[in-house]
Design a protein around this ligand. Sequence first.
Ligand code: GLN
Length: 285
Amino acid sequence: MEQWTISSILNWTRQYFASKGIANPRLDAEVLLSHIMAKDRLHLYTNFDQPLTAEELAAYRQAVKRRVMRMPVAYINGHKEFMGLDFVVNPAVLIPRPDTEILVEAALARLSGIPAPAIADLGTGSGAIIVSLLANITAAVGTAVDISAEALAVARENAGRLGVAERLTLLRGDMLVPLAGKTFDALVANPPYIPDKDIAGLSPEVRQEPRLALRGGSDGLDFYRRLVDKGADYLNAGGFIAVEVGINQAGPVAALADDDSRLNRETIIKDYAGIERVVIFRLSI
Ligand code: GLN
């Protein structure tokens, strides 16, 4: 039987993945192998000559096969790190992106002065946004809305694993609809924002993510229109709305709060790549 070591199998996989057009071949190999070995990536580097057991090799081969089918690494491992927390994920939910941490940080900064803030997350998916907000503000209470029962099951599991389940209410429904009659200090959302015509051009990996979490209508702005139109009814005095937006959407989204709106545009925040990524609205007084 072949004797694969950590070093030799990573080198082999890097070349194999690269030949299949996978964008980050070495990184993906390391993340898959470290998950199977239940070690962090540093362990791989300090144990390069360690041979793989037969069980590890069998599990790793399966993972490599799935990755070559363009399944995202996070779905293969069933986990994704976000805001320093470990979230479970599956193909029913969008994989949390580092960009979305900008949204969470912006909300945290604005909630810090409020004693026991009430926060609603619309289209929660894995629950990454609301669960990390509740994990960081121990007095906060949250409501997570999603139209997908499968997504809510993932959000529930993450809330339990990360110790915030008692402060989180999960509601099935379409964005603001299940919140009728309730008000919050903050509404947060990373809604579907990909314009319909751009869906076909997404990477094979992103095309394995739920369409429900991606499709934002003809110009990608359908959900922002609804949110800016009705969101003010769901805010407490001084409350705000923080939304993630796609490339070149910040201006048009901010402009949805026109002169007649009960919302004011507060600011636009860029991500680490310099892309306008988050729009904040405030309830006008
Ligand atoms: N950030 C995702 C992407 O670029 C889109 C997420 C969304 O539509 N909210 O694929």
